[in-house]
Ligand binder design. Structure first.
Ligand code: FAD
Ligand code: NAP
Length: 314
């Protein structure tokens, strides 16, 4: 039986693995369906991870994380986890997509979240080269330049306001003429002189060359508009990767909020003892590498405490 199973090998899962093994847990496996590193490996430039004087690529940033964690005994199993469930003796069963099963005394879920795609031409081709889903990460590259933001929810409007502090102009493109965002956020957007609304508009395509995005073509009232912007930010919703917590009857193993994010306390404990969540999957996550890593460390420390006291608890 594993002391700890970690699901996901991004910044949260890898840091959890480092802290759990270095903190004394003996049998710790991190299930990561791909190569460890997580979502940040899609980013060409990261300049907000503390300790780096110069920007690094996401790949470079994450290069040593698995090696460092494995030095203390963390094992990586390249498997996709299908489901985590709890048994009557309070242990957990980790069900893998290949049909195998493993038992664990404790579990940290760190499966992250995935930005939704809007589905226009060029979105995939230019992703990471002008098309972005992270204003905190990439906004600064467009200092004093014009950018386009797509979406009409809280994220799009909040990020449009954030980008308006950096860019010379923000075109906010939405497919309807009313927004889903909170009224106070809408009011701030409407009052911001750097944000121009393009409503009832559909993105036709993003175009560019080998250096990146050069512009975006939008359809509005049967006419095409060509905006020559180097940056396009897509905020059309997030999918939290919470599928592993879904039970056979469709309920979640632990409580999640209305967005499907796992509800945790400050120790990253869910409302199921021995089950922890860390990183982008948890409620109110800042969705940053440094925060996910911090969560992973906290979750591991909590898991060590739980496993140490297990006989008293169960
Ligand atoms: P993730 O990094 O998403 O890792 C989750 C891992 O779990 C993935 O590797 C996935 O393969 C694995 N997984 C999921 N489901 C399963 C399963 N069922 N079984 C096994 N494995 C599974 N943040 C910054 O701080 N600075 C930046 O500059 C920055 N730029 C970004 C640029 C881009 C393009 C993107 C997409 C994100 C960026 N972010 C940035 C955000 C940052 O990447 C995330 O906040 C961070 O990676 C979250 O870490 P995590 O460990 O919670 O999740
Ligand atoms: P969201 O509320 O689902 O909004 C997504 C937006 O993108 C909608 O305006 C939608 O248009 C648009 N959209 C969806 N698919 C599209 C497509 N293919 N092409 C063009 N536009 C598309 O997502 P979100 O803004 O990420 O927010 C997610 C949840 O988190 C929401 O419940 C939100 O309230 C919450 N949130 C809260 C806060 C906060 O409280 N401060 C901050 C951020 C997020 P339609 O409106 O036409 O459907």
């Amino acid at each position: 039986m594993l002391d700890l199973a970690i699901i996901g090998g991004g910044p949260a899962g890898l840091t959890a693995g480092l802290y759990a093994t270095r903190g004394g847990l003996k049998n710790v496996v991190m299930y990561e369906k791909g190569l460890p590193g997580g979502a940040i490996t899609q980013s060409s430039e990261v300049e907000n991870y503390p300790g780096y004087c110069e920007p690094v690529s996401g790949m470079e940033l994450m290069e040593c994380w698995p090696k460092q964690a494995m030095r203390f005994g963390l094992k990586h199993h390249m498997n996709e986890v299908k489901r985590v469930s709890q048994n009557s003796d309070k242990t957990f069963t980790i069900e893998l997509l290949d049909g195998n099963k493993e038992l664990a005394k404790s579990v940290i879920v760190a499966t992250g979240s995935t930005p939704k795609k809007a589905g226009f031409e060029g979105e995939e081709e230019f992703f990471g080269r002008g098309v972005s889903t992270c204003a905190t990460c990439d906004g600064f590259f467009y200092k004093d330049k014009e950018v386009a933001v797509i979406g009409g929810g809280d994220t799009a409007l909040e990020e449009a306001l954030y980008l308006a502090n950096i860019a010379s102009k923000v075109y906010l493109i939405h497919r309807r003429d009313t927004f889903r965002a909170a009224p106070s956020t809408i009011e701030r957007v409407l009052k911001n002189p750097k944000i121009e609304l393009i409503l009832n508009a559909r993105v036709k395509k993003v175009y560019g060359d080998e250096t990146g995005v050069k512009g975006i073509i939008i359809e509005q009232d049967g006419k095409e508009i060509d905006l020559k912007v180097p940056g396009v930010f897509v905020f059309v919703g997030m999918n939290v990767n919470n599928q592993v917590l879904k039970q056979e009857d469709g309920t979640f193993l632990c409580s999640v909020n209305k967005y499907g994010e796992v509800i945790v306390d400050l120790k990253m404990r869910t409302d199921v003892k021995g089950l922890f969540a860390a990183g982008d999957i948890r409620m109110e996550a800042a969705k940053q590498v440094v925060c996910a890593a911090g969560d992973g460390a906290v979750a591991a420390i909590s898991a060590i405490e739980y496993v140490d006291k297990l006989e008293e608890i169960v």
